[in-house]
Write a protein that binds this ligand. Structure first.
Ligand code: HEM
Length: 199
């Protein structure tokens, strides 16, 4: 499924006018890419990763949701005020998470992409968490967990990248490109967490 062919996904607003502009210049964005050593070659390997992952999205999500579900301190951020998981919240976010895998691999890293990263950061932060799905859940996800999550989101993707018979070299290149992208995204998601002037 190409990102452009995505069906209607509740709460997924990529490219829409409601998405605020990320508060960084195009030059800041280029500098951030350069800082994680992200190049056009990485964009090419992400395209390859997208082809490899496209029919494995549900398996990846099963693994990540099992990971969150088996850690009460993480599942906590999907629970209501009584501490019970909100099934509809989990399932709505799951569909957007699946689309995010494809977007990470297939979308050009342009202004629309950048602005949606800012939006995703706001959705983890108290500024906007819960609003998109209209839920009464825990109000804010601490930044430390966003940063720490880079590791499982990166380590667990490798076996999926290796499943379609690519050489070890190509799997490694896809994996490195993924790692760079996720690191850069979490750096962008941290914008609302930083004090004015500190980001
Ligand atoms: C590398 C770190 C992480 C990645 C890649 C990630 C990815 C995503 C994505 C793609 C979405 C949906 C974005 C959209 O609305 O289009 C999302 C939403 C969400 N994530 Fe994360 N996430 C990360 C860290 C975490 C952590 C540590 C938690 C805590 C358990 C968490 C809990 C949530 C919740 C509750 C939502 C829904 C937010 C809302 O109310 O809109 N995420 N995440």
């Amino acid at each position: 499924m190409a990102a452009e062919n995505a069906g209607f996904i509740p709460g997924y607003t990529f490219g829409e006018a409601s998405v605020p502009r990320a508060p960084l210049s195009d030059q800041d964005f280029e500098n951030l890419k350069a800082t994680v050593l992200f190049t056009e070659e990485d964009e090419r390997y992400l395209r390859m990763a997208g082809d490899v992952l496209a029919d494995q999205i549900d398996d990846v999500l099963d693994l990540w949701y099992n990971f969150v579900g088996s850690h009460p301190h993480l599942l906590h951020y999907f629970t209501n005020r009584q501490g019970e998981p909100i099934a509809e919240y989990l399932s709505r976010v799951r569909v957007r998470f699946g689309q995010w895998i494809l977007d990470t691999c297939q979308r050009p890293y342009d202004r629309a992409w950048l602005d949606y990263q800012y939006e995703i950061g706001l959705r983890h932060h108290r500024t906007k968490k819960n609003q998109i799905d209209g839920v009464d859940s825990v109000e804010h996800i601490p930044l430390r967990y966003l940063i720490a999550f880079i590791y499982p989101i990166t380590a667990t993707i490798r076996p999926f990248l290796a499943k379609k018979g690519h050489s070890e070299e190509k799997v490694e290149a896809m994996h490195q490109a993924w790692f760079k992208s996720v690191t850069m995204q979490v750096a962008l998601w941290s914008i609302p967490y930083a004090k004015e002037g500190d980001w």
